[in-house]
Design a protein around this ligand. Structure first.
Ligand code: NAD
Length: 286
């Protein structure tokens, strides 16, 4: 089975549009997201454009603040302070990566945690670690969980989940979400020994590595659910650019029980979950 991330994202946006309308009706609140973009990185511009478009499509307010590439860290911090103090803004997202002269960790720490819809602030990651309610959880990991449940249903308890990758934005938070779901979780990374052998034990295999076609069919247990987070741009046989995931899709598809494609898998879910976080942030502060 191929898990259709595009469809799942469309379904989630539909539900969110209803919730947004309800919030307007009941509390006269329209959730609003402000995206801050520093510089002119072409990929970031596309991501921001998509975020703005989809935010508006579900009936929310979307603002974009574009800052010059030579904006100083202090200027960006001042901008964030203004947004933190602006009650009409429910969600703030600073598009990463930032130019080299700006320290990302300082910027993430300066976003008010209750407006941190990327879920990268230490307070939100700490809440996720502690299993506390009210955490804003990073978007891509949330998307992975929703997609895994599309195939496995709501109850994941007792399943062995193997996560490849330990980044703060994907690997670690997705492992914590799976632990909350009562999975047995193994986190693997670049120093892991016997990676293939560990992956073969997985009922749920999450690949967040950033290496094209890295996960081989021989690493996958028959019937496993495979969630491919990777987005890698490679050249095809004709020299044309194309996107592939971290999993050798054609081979793994024959062994696994379900798999997310790239593109059209985890990617669309990431923005949908950003909208979900913004609705939650607006509701929590209503
Ligand atoms: P990252 O570079 O921060 O982390 C990669 C992880 O892979 C590291 O923890 C590293 O230990 C591990 N790794 C590297 N080589 C390995 C090896 N040989 N064996 C085992 N583990 C190895 O990357 P990230 O930000 O976590 O992103 C991972 C991938 O997911 C990238 O392709 C990225 O583009 C993609 N991504 C997609 C979305 C989405 O919306 N679909 C969102 C975020 C990231």
């Amino acid at each position: 089975m191929i898990i259709d991330g595009k469809q799942a994202a469309a379904d989630l946006r539909k539900t969110l549009a209803i919730e947004v309308a309800q919030l307007k009706k009941d509390k006269n609140i329209t959730p609003s997201l402000t995206v801050v973009l520093v510089g002119e990185d072409p990929a970031s511009q596309i991501y921001v454009r998509n975020k703005v478009k989809q935010t508006r499509e579900v009936g929310m307010i979307s603002s974009e603040i574009k800052l010059a590439v030579d904006t100083t860290q202090e200027q960006l911090l001042e901008q964030l302070e203004q947004l933190n103090n602006d009650n009409s803004v429910h969600g703030i997202l600073v598009q990463l990566p930032l130019p080299k002269h700006i320290d990302e960790s300082v910027i993430i720490a300066a976003i008010a945690p209750h407006k941190d819809v990327d879920g990268f602030h230490a307070l939100n990651s700490g809440r996720l670690l502690n299993g506390e309610k009210g955490a804003l959880v990073p978007c891509t990991p949330q998307g992975c969980l929703i997609l895994a449940k599309k195939h496995l249903g709501e109850d994941l308890s007792g399943l062995h989940a193997v996560v490849i990758g330990r980044s703060n934005i994907v690997g670690k938070p997705v492992a914590l979400l799976l632990l909350q779901e009562h999975c047995t979780v193994t986190i693997t990374h670049s120093r892991t020994k016997n990676l293939a052998e560990i992956c073969r034990q997985a009922d749920i295999l999450i690949a967040a590595v950033g290496r094209p076609n890295f996960v081989q069919a021989s690493w996958v247990k028959k019937g496993a659910t495979v969630i491919d987070v990777g987005i890698n741009r490679i050249e095809d046989e004709n020299g044309k650019g194309k996107l592939v995931g971290d999993v050798d899709f054609a081979a793994v598809e024959k062994v696994c029980g379900a798999i997310t494609p790239v593109p059209g898998g985890v990617g669309p879910m990431t923005i949908a979950c950003l909208l979900k976080n913004t609705v939650e942030a607006a509701r929590a502060n209503a």
